[in-house]
Design a protein around this ligand. Sequence first.
Ligand code: SF4
Length: 279
Amino acid sequence: MKTTSPKPVSPFARPAHGFADGFADGFADGGPPPGDNESMLGTMADNSPAGSGFERLNRELVECRRCPRLVAWREQVARERRAAFRDQAYWGRPVPGFGDPAARLLVLGLAPAAHGGNRTGRIFTGDRSGDWLFASLYRTGFANQPASVARDDGLALADCYITAPVKCAPPDNKPLPEERATCAPWLRQELALLDATLHVVVALGGYAWDTALRHLGPVRPKPRFAHGAEAALPRGRVLLGSFHVSQQNTSTRKLTEPMLDGVFLHAWELLGGRGPARD
Ligand code: SF4
């Protein structure tokens, strides 16, 4: 398998990209997101470079309302809120990707969780799935801390970018095929922005596996998803499979910490070396 040399970068030195930062005024607080988008944009303090492709992309993304069912659901959840978060304002909008804008590793999930990303405004943030994912990324050297609880928690990723094929929380965590198709252009744009650096994709679950093959293939015959599966993609890229970090998988020990760490450690091997020291 072709490998590339480690990049001579200081881990975590590159600003992590988290578009929802600075959008506090845009949070739904007991109702749908406010319509005064200009004042929201005026408060934006995204830490990606001003005018960068990611900044422009995510400015448009957070306004997206193309899927009526998902828009209704994300805003209903934001209005009603879970009892434990009753005192919090929910994001209630499309959730952008997060991480290193020049990442070689892409982690692909499914969609934001209703009370995780849809609440906090950052992917895999504020729920048990995120606890599992970021703890593993920390242990394996892709994250500067194990916790991911809020947009201002100081989390940064090195050489890793995380996103989902569907940007809005779906009922029962099950987007419809037409919703994935409708959302595909957003993912396509993210992949275009990562195109120069992207080398390894970790697909969390079969849905992400299929999505990666659709966007980064073709690969014939189509490789089957499994935990630990590995498939060669065009242009020397590599697709790795992992069971999703859902509570259903982690609470039943279908997915364990060593299993997940093993996938990310293998990603480092494919990138040409073990993860950077964090301290
Ligand atoms: Fe827009 Fe994607 Fe959300 Fe549909 S799922 S409303 S396309 S951001």
